[in-house]
Design a protein around this ligand. Structure first.
Ligand code: OAD
Length: 248
């Protein structure tokens, strides 16, 4: 660990009136939830992300996509927040007006660690929603569940899908607005465990920097947005986040 760099970032965090944190899949890696790319290993390695995480892929093979999400939902339910989630939650509880947490993660580990107000850019994997607006302009009702199949509306056949943002879909506009506002307002922007490959979330670091924030990246590997950062701390979220925040 680069101790002087760590202490320099701690000092920035201690002074900052507004801190915006952006988390990605690496935040939950040490809780046992595979990152998006790692989730496509093993049995799933022969599929491409567009097939498993897009509306087109779901329409083409609802059962396959439902199965993949069912496995990921089990993983999320079995996981526990790690020391990094807990350190963020403790800081948020101590300084309720200073921290805004923005996450790309579809798990609920920040919430279970105790952060109630989280801006969720990519939705919630544990939520169900309907694939289409009800064609009859009413509420769809799920019919009897068939094994390993997404539930369908008993009247119109509409399918249930997971409440996540898929490739090619818009982010929830209110969440994106709130995230951009928090990035612009922040004095320190802390980006934890994201590859920086997926937009528009990846643009938040640049937005913050242009508005004058000190940008810090925590990641054991290089990311696509390292060049946006004033400080890059190489290491894992569960180790570095407590080292940065504990006691502040
Ligand atoms: P990725 O899977 O693209 O990247 C995970 C990042 O976490 C990588 O940069 C790893 O180096 C880093 N990482 C791994 N272990 C870590 C650890 N213990 N501590 C800290 N960092 C670690 O995940 P995201 O950047 O979150 O979108 O991907 C963004 C989006 O791509 C996801 O939200 C998902 C996916 O498509 C949607 O579902 C729309």
């Amino acid at each position: 660990m680069d101790e002087p760099a760590l202490q320099a970032v701690r000092a920035r965090l201690a002074d900052a009136r507004k801190v915006c944190v952006l988390t990605g899949a690496g935040m939950s890696a040490e809780s046992g939830i595979p990152t998006f790319r790692d989730a496509l290993t093993g049995l799933w390695s022969r599929f491409d992300p567009m097939q498993l995480a897009s509306e087109e892929g779901f329409r083409a093979d609802p059962r396959l996509v439902w199965d993949w999400y069912a496995e990921r939902r089990l993983g999320v339910r079995a996981a526990q927040p790690n020391a990094g989630h807990m350190a963020l939650a403790t800081f948020a509880a101590r300084h309720p007006t200073r921290l805004t947490l923005v996450t790309q993660n579809v798990d609920d580990l920040h919430q279970r660690a105790g952060i109630v107000e989280t801006i969720r850019l990519h939705g919630d994997i544990l939520q169900d929603c309907w694939l289409n607006a009800c064609p009859r302009g009413r509420h769809c009702e799920p019919g009897a569940a068939a094994p390993a199949q997404p539930p369908r509306c008993s009247e119109c056949g509409n399918l249930v899908r997971p409440g996540v943002v898929w490739f090619g879909e818009m982010l929830p506009p209110a969440a994106l607005d709130a995230a951009q506002h928090a990035a612009r307002e922040s004095e320190v922007m802390l980006v934890i465990g994201t590859s920086g490959a997926v937009w528009p979330a990846a643009g938040l670091a640049q937005l913050a920097r242009r508005a004058g924030a000190y940008v810090v990246i925590v990641n054991p590997e290089p990311s696509e947005i390292d060049a946006q950062a004033h400080a890059v701390l190489r290491g894992s979220a569960a180790t570095l986040v407590p080292a940065l925040l504990d006691g502040l």
